[in-house]
Design a protein around this ligand. Structure first.
Ligand code: MG
Length: 213
C-alpha cells in the first residue's frame, strides 16, 4: 500500500479513546432535558451505533422533529463537556502516537464516527489528540446508519480508504465503501465477534498499525 494515496477513517470510541461512560451519561442527561421523563436506556447498546441511530431506537418518530433534535445535540455537547471536565477521556494504547505519525507523514485522516461533530471534537481534545490531524469527517448527527456515514466520508474524500474500528459495525461500514477493514481489540466488542466479522486485519491495539500501512 502506498500511504500517500490512502485516507484513514477513524472510529472514535473504543478505537482512539475511552470516555469511561461519559458519553452514555451525557446522552441520557440530554434525552431527559429535551424529552423529559425517565427513559430506561440501560439496555441500549452504543457500541458501533450512531447518535441519531440511538435516538431512533429510544424515541418514537413523531418526537424526533428537527427542533428537538437540534436542542438535543446542543444539550449533549454541554453535558459531555461537563462530564469530561470531571473525568477526562483516555487515549487508547498507541492511538495518539499513531495518528500523530500518520499526520506527520502526510496521510489523510478523517473521522467516521457515531458521535455528533462537536462531541467528537470534545472527546478527542479531552484525550490529548490534536484535532488538526483529522481534516474531515462523517458524524453521528448526519445519519442514523453507519454504512451511510461511510459513504458520506468516501464522497467527501474519494480514493482508497482504510477504516479502523473496534466493532463488527465498523467492519461492515468498511465493506460499504470497499475499504480495507482494520479491527482493534481495544474497545467494546469481544475478539470472537471481531474475528467473525472478517476484517482484513485484526490488531490487539494500534501499535501495529503503522507497520501495516
Ligand atoms: Mg467504536
Amino acid at each position: 500500500m502506498s500511504a500517500h494515496q490512502l485516507t484513514v477513517l477513524w472510529d472514535i470510541d473504543g478505537t482512539l479513546l475511552d470516555v469511561r461512560g461519559a458519553g452514555r451519561r451525557a446522552f441520557v442527561a440530554a434525552v431527559a432535558q429535551v424529552w423529559g421523563g425517565a427513559r430506561d436506556l440501560r439496555d441500549v447498546s452504543f457500541a458501533g451505533a450512531t447518535d441519531l441511530g440511538v435516538l431512533a431506537q429510544v424515541l418514537e418518530p413523531a418526537l424526533l422533529d428537527d427542533a428537538r433534535t437540534a436542542r438535543f445535540f446542543e444539550q449533549l455537547g454541554l453535558s459531555l463537556a461537563e462530564e469530561l471536565a470531571a473525568t477526562p477521556a483516555r487515549a487508547c494504547f498507541a492511538a495518539r502516537e499513531t495518528t500523530a505519525a500518520l499526520a506527520a507523514r502526510g496521510v489523510a485522516q478523517g473521522l467516521l464516527t457515531g458521535n455528533e461533530e462537536r462531541c467528537a471534537r470534545l472527546k478527542l481534545r479531552s484525550a490529548g489528540f490534536d484535532e488538526a490531524w483529522f481534516t474531515f469527517g462523517a458524524y453521528g448527527h448526519e445519519h442514523g446508519d453507519r454504512d451511510q456515514l461511510a459513504r458520506l466520508a468516501a464522497r467527501r474524500r474519494p480514493g482508497r480508504h482504510v477504516v479502523v474500528g473496534d466493532t463488527p459495525r465498523d467492519v461492515q461500514a468498511a465493506r460499504a465503501i470497499d475499504a480495507i477493514a482494520i479491527a482493534v481489540c481495544t474497545g467494546f466488542a469481544e475478539r470472537r465477534a471481531l474475528v467473525d466479522a472478517c476484517p482484513d486485519h485484526l490488531l490487539d491495539d494500534l501499535s501495529g498499525l503503522l507497520a501495516l500501512l
